[in-house]
Design a protein around this ligand. Sequence first.
Ligand SMILES: Cc1cc2nc3c(=O)[nH]c(=O)nc-3n(C[C@H](O)[C@H](O)[C@H](O)COP(=O)(O)OP(=O)(O)OC[C@H]3O[C@@H](n4cnc5c(N)ncnc54)[C@H](O)[C@@H]3O)c2cc1C
Length: 480
Amino acid sequence: MLISRQSYSYEMLRSELTWVVGDDNVQTDCSEKLAHSIDYYWVPEVWHDRGLKPQTPTFIVHPGSAEEVAEILKIANTHKIPVTPWGGGSGSQGGALPMYGGICLDTKRLNKVLEIDPVSLTVTAEAGIIMQHLEWEVQKAGFSTMHFPASIACATLGGFIAHRGTGVLSTRYGKIEDMIMSMEVVTPTGEIINTLPVPRHASGPDLAQVFLGSEGTLGVVTKATMKIHPLPAVRKFHAYLFSDLHSGMVAGEKLMARRLAPSVIRLYDHASTISIIKRVLGIERKGAYLVFGFDGEEDIVDLQMKKAVAICEETAVEDLGTEGGQTWWDQRYKFYYPPYTFQMPQAFGTLDTVATFANIENVYWSMKDAVKEHCPEANYIGHFSHWYDWGCMLYARFIIEKPPQDAAVAVALYNRIWDAAIRAAIKNGGVINEHHGVGLKLGRIMRDLYGPAFNVLEGIKKTLDPNNIMNPGKMGFQGV
Ligand SMILES: Cc1cc2nc3c(=O)[nH]c(=O)nc-3n(C[C@H](O)[C@H](O)[C@H](O)COP(=O)(O)OP(=O)(O)OC[C@H]3O[C@@H](n4cnc5c(N)ncnc54)[C@H](O)[C@@H]3O)c2cc1C
């Protein structure tokens, strides 16, 4: 339902929302609407860049409690108005874009740390808190969440839960879905529910996992309890140069297969070693740069490091030492911000994919071929981060220096490259994706990715959200 500003339905709805959250917490001015019409998805960025009119929300509403969220969702159900949760607006998939106008539910007033439990090692916080603020509070008490994504300063706890986010130290501490103990969620019809207080049990399926990764389509996460960890006594890094991607990959696989429990491994392909590693770290080499690290008690870390170094010494062409690793850790977020990241007028897409070790190199090469076939002038670079016992994530990117000026032509080219690359990845055993989510960008592939199992997801959506008010048109679910 599109609501025009002059209509009485607009004023009726505005007064109902104002009764719930107060006048100051319902915004309708043009600048706020524009600010809530763009995240880090390239398509709305190009739209803004070319001066075209973006889709904006009708109301931006800032609830201060789960009860207020529940009231807003009840109002939205009565009037059948779409509601799009908004955390930091840092998502790269267009997940928070208000496709059909309606209510943008900005969670940032839900920003309190409620409890740190030093016995069970958990922290409970409201879901709109910026992750860096949560980490600072936890560190004051001598602990860490160990969740260090590059967007830590601009994304919320709820946003990471919604997108199954991953931090730099995921190889040891897991993704957000491994870090969460329990959650409070407001369902689309306005019930406030809690998942079970511990994440391991045999009391039926794990309800928390239904909401983890649901991208605001199944409800609003209002509170979460996370695991925390003692601050490590030491954190050590080491880097090596390999002659090519394959030999670096084999070394990384061995580090995982020996179950050495590194906190991080990152392997950069030749294209990123000669470009981004040189520019950000000042290390000018040809080949494949590999960095790894361990943290914890010093004697244990030293032993882990000794064994990891021995593995790399077998095939590496150069030892870049602890300094070559430490500098990566010190600069780790820089890769993703100006002047080092890609930005307008370039077109760029992060082809984030996860696969087993048996498939991951084929995924890398097949996506590269697909990108080149559909856009020979595109550059393709990649690195491998977030390693598991069984495989790892490929963070590949295509970059077009001068995309077409006409936004519609540019978007069509962009989508063509994405489609070709994704289908190449899936054909080679890849799963799109590891931590950026689906959003608007990848909704069209969900049915292909899941096959008949997608009907199960649609069934859950229809049951929880009978009026399809929650973030319609995202994650491959039906639009309005
Ligand atoms: C520079 C940069 C670096 C990045 N690095 C990383 C990284 O290292 N690791 C990583 O995982 N991601 C990274 N990202 C991507 C992004 O930060 C994550 O996707 C993050 O999870 C988005 O959080 P947000 O609060 O900004 O959510 P938004 O962009 O506001 O929303 C994302 C989705 O979550 C939904 N949502 C938000 N809050 C809630 C809630 N409380 N309940 C239900 N649904 C909700 C929205 O409706 C939307 O669908 C990066 C992004 C940028 C711009």
